[in-house]
Design a protein around this ligand. Sequence first.
Ligand SMILES: [Cu+2]
Length: 528
Amino acid sequence: MFVRGLQTPEPVQIAAGGSAEFRSTANSLGTYYYSARSTKMSLTELGALSIVDDLPMGEGPFGIESQLEGAFIVDPPGTVAADRIFVITNWMSGILAPPFREVLAINGKAWPYTERLSYRTGDSAHWHVLNTSLSDHAMHLHGFHFQVNSIGDQDRDQIYPPDQVPHAVTQHLDPGTTASITWTPTRPGNWLFHCHMTGHMVSSETVLTSANSGTATDPHASHAPGDSGGMMAGLVLGITVTPGSQYSVATPSTAKPRQLRLLVKETPATRFSLARMGYQILEENAKETSNPPPYPGAPLVLTRGEPVEITVVNQLKEQTAVHWHGIELESYYDGVPGWGGDSAQVTPPILPGGTFVARMTPPRAGTFIYHTHWHDVAQLTSGLYGPIIVVEPGQKFDPDVDKVFIIGRRCPDEGETTLLLNGSPQPQAVALKLGTKYRLRFINIGSNDSDAIVSVFGDGAKPVAWRAVAKDGWTLPAAQAVMRPATQLVTVGETYDFEFLPDHAGEYTIKVGMRFVKISLSQSVTVR
Ligand SMILES: [Cu+2]
């Protein structure tokens, strides 16, 4: 076996039955790990291999050897370790000889067997998340945003200087990489930390036909009525936060909440179109129309600090749930049936014909997502997702200068899925004005698109420039809100806002592509 990660520059080969001694001084603080494989290749190299069809390694590194991983954390001298370590692995079998099986685990266990974490409000959670698996992941925290203190790999760790610390609700982790994160549980209830790739957290997708396609053999095989938590699997951690000694329930606002209705609708298939599901937003007293719902859902525009009550009306023939992705709200309204809430009140599924009132007061302005949290890929890929735009008090959402681009997937059946931008594989051209400053909001809610890259090109072969302004609804501080080339990896469950000032008239292209899979689409932009 080749052992690496014990502070040696090269992997050390150890013969069967043999041993080796490693000596080093732990000089560099950070998050590392050691591993053993029958190949000299690193996880990053193997990870790139795992998504092409060329798998010369047999099943060793992908099979039982995939569990030969251990964290190696170097803390400052004299500190008391109050941190937690989560090692992500994936074990696959049947790569060369079907049936294919994949088990994704955190510290050796998959949901519902993963460790249940407990915190009290006011605690500080400090986690090392190590992706020692051969896939990338999009790790998403419900209910809170977190700080990313460092990003590294097996042998190196990059600790961010204070003014460069990113804030996120979703963190992308390439194969072989690590992240250290810190967050503060401020609201009691049951929360989740999970991979946002449906293939890594939905039980119906744990039997995959291909490691990266997210194609399920039977997406309806495991419906557990009334408990969407029972439909989750794999990379999911459950977190219970109870009130700490300093906790007091916030005084409810006396302002009358704005009233909205969110209709969840089904549009039957016709000769020319596939069956769809969709959201329709209605302001208070607005009448329901017979128009089909937009695809995807229209921007749900809320105001920071303004309480809102959203009545979700389920007009489907099946149960559903809505998650308000990235917004800090009470656990009960967070949209995870059978899990959200607390011991006194657990979030119910929204039954066919039923309703659920979600209450929230958005604490931050920015770009968020509403989407089904019914853990059924069919609902998501049928259209049950849309953008949430939270504006500052007194401001309005102006679609003329505020452009939303939402990456999704359409799954007409259990076969191939189609990459979509704003609901279409060939989105209509966008017209912009020279000299006008635009806000471009990118959202990725494609079911398994962990490595979507969004770029804007003008005349040249290189991307144009834009200014980063927000990530996951967190406004970047001046030190991070800088001009940079207009290209950004946007993993599933992330949102990014950029400021874009076109510097010449003519044709531009927004390209959405994957790093390793040859799938892409183009959005043409005309500037006059
Ligand atoms: Cu994942």
